[in-house]
Design a protein around this ligand. Structure first.
Ligand code: SF4
Length: 435
């Protein structure tokens, strides 16, 4: 092989087959894309072992991508249900799936994903280490943590969330500056607990070079995890969050020195007025590396509706520079999502991503809306269903309440403004009341 990672290839001036595919999907010149990858502003997470992958680029100047979290937990271990969710996510256009399995033989699901799934596959090896070694957390050694990363890399995982930024300095900052929700990141909480119980430095921070060697060997993209992401509006943009972000910025440069592709994970819960500022801070501290946001959820008071609270934050974040949105479902904070929750979460996140793409002027984004506007003007219902982000729901709603006049809908019936104006502009007389 003439190169190790996509970043290595880009820096050597090579345009890889993956870059060609992504350039075509993004309506961008391959040479322009190559330059962004060489600078670290765009990533193509594509593990060399993930042969089923249809590559996608992640960067603020590209179409906003979305991730769907799936996987088993101790309370729900139905693998068939998880396979169904994978198929649904792919069919609905999710570009990435993170396998967050934390129970049972996790490699079965992971290997199924990298063997069959065209979407990018991400994992969080910290969870899996706890399941895999099946022993007390504090007895897991630094070498064993890294071995799980190697195992996931060999299994074809395209990107891994590794909580390298919660080192001893960040942990001290967190302890000194009290927060309302402490640490809400699952991986972050495990790593903090391990450090507290063993008195040792975070192994992913201490042995970051070894971690990079594994990533470079398989072209795994590092998703630098935000252990200290705020878990409530009160904790937004606090000392621990920013301390960790500074560390992530330093680690980004070290990763780039070894040609490892990087993205940075972001908040979390934030008041709406802090979202754009957070994107600017991240861009500055992390040197333009793509930002992967988990929400942000912009109000804490809507359990059952957090696909909406996060879509509001996600749209603003992506319009302000975030490149990748992690979906949030209505089940967030309440339970593992079922299939219906997954669908609603995907649609809400896709709407947020598309709204941001329109604001950013991404080629082809607003043209979709122009087509829908035209279909609405001429009351072409089949075209409206075809263009709808969720055709099935649009169709089901119309079918559930049929209008008396086929070309209108049951909202206004004979008062249909669209129909009446079309007729007036065509020179017809209208009576409205008896039509
Ligand atoms: S009936 Fe009302 S809501 Fe329905 S298409 Fe006409 S104007 Fe729109």
């Amino acid at each position: 092989m003439e190169f190790t990672t996509q970043m290595d290839a880009a820096r050597r001036g090579l345009i890889t087959p993956q870059m060609k595919v992504v350039a075509e999907k993004e309506h961008m010149e391959p040479e322009t894309l190559r330059r962004f990858i060489a600078e670290g502003k765009v990533i193509i997470p594509c593990n060399v072992h993930h042969r089923a992958l249809s590559p996608e680029g992640i960067g603020s100047m590209l179409r906003t991508k979305i991730n769907v979290n799936l996987g088993t937990s101790r309370d729900l271990t139905d693998l068939d249900m998880e396979y169904q969710k994978v198929q649904t996510a792919v069919d609905m256009g999710a570009e990435a799936i993170m396998d967050l399995s934390s129970f049972g033989d996790t490699k079965v699901f992971r290997r199924h994903l990298t063997a069959k799934c065209p979407a990018m596959i991400g994992t969080v090896p910290i969870y899996d280490a706890v399941v895999y070694y099946h022993k007390a957390l504090k007895d897991i050694t630094a070498e064993e943590w890294l071995d799980v990363v190697r195992m996931h890399a060999e299994d074809g995982v395209d990107f891994m969330t590794v909580h390298c930024g919660i080192n001893r300095a960040t942990a001290e900052r967190f302890k000194k500056n009290k927060r309302q929700m402490n640490i809400v990141s699952r991986g972050g909480s495990i790593m903090f607990a391990w450090m507290e119980m063993t008195g040792r430095e975070n192994p992913f921070y201490e042995y970051f070079d070894e971690l990079l060697d594994i990533c470079a060997a398989h072209d795994v993209t590092l998703s630098l995890g935000d252990a200290c992401r705020p878990g409530s509006l009160r904790d937004g943009t606090d000392a621990a969050q920013i301390e960790e972000l500074i560390t992530l910025g330093e680690l980004t440069k070290r990763a780039w020195d070894k040609n490892v592709q990087v993205m940075i994970e972001g908040p979390g819960h934030l008041p709406l007025n802090q979202v754009a500022a957070n994107m600017e801070i991240q861009k500055t501290l992390c040197h333009g590396a793509p930002f992967y946001v988990l929400g942000p959820i912009v109000t804490d008071i809507a359990p059952g509706y957090d696909h909406i609270t996060s879509a509001i934050g996600g749209a603003l974040a992506a319009a302000s520079g975030a490149a990748f949105l992690c979906y949030v479902t209505p089940a967030e904070h309440l339970r593992l999502p079922n299939l219906e929750d997954v669908k609603e979460g995907i649609v809400a996140t896709k709407i947020a991503a598309h709204a941001a793409d329109i604001a950013k002027g991404i080629p082809g984004a607003i043209e979709w809306d122009y087509k829908m506007g035209e279909a609405r003007r001429v009351l072409d219902w089949p075209a409206q269903f075809e263009l709808a982000i969720d055709s099935e729901k649009a169709h089901r709603y119309r079918e559930s309440s049929k209008p008396e006049k086929e070309d209108t809908c049951s909202m206004c019936g004979n008062f249909c403004a669209v129909k009446n104006i079309n007729r007036i502009l065509d020179g017809e007389d209208i009576t409205v009341f008896d039509e």
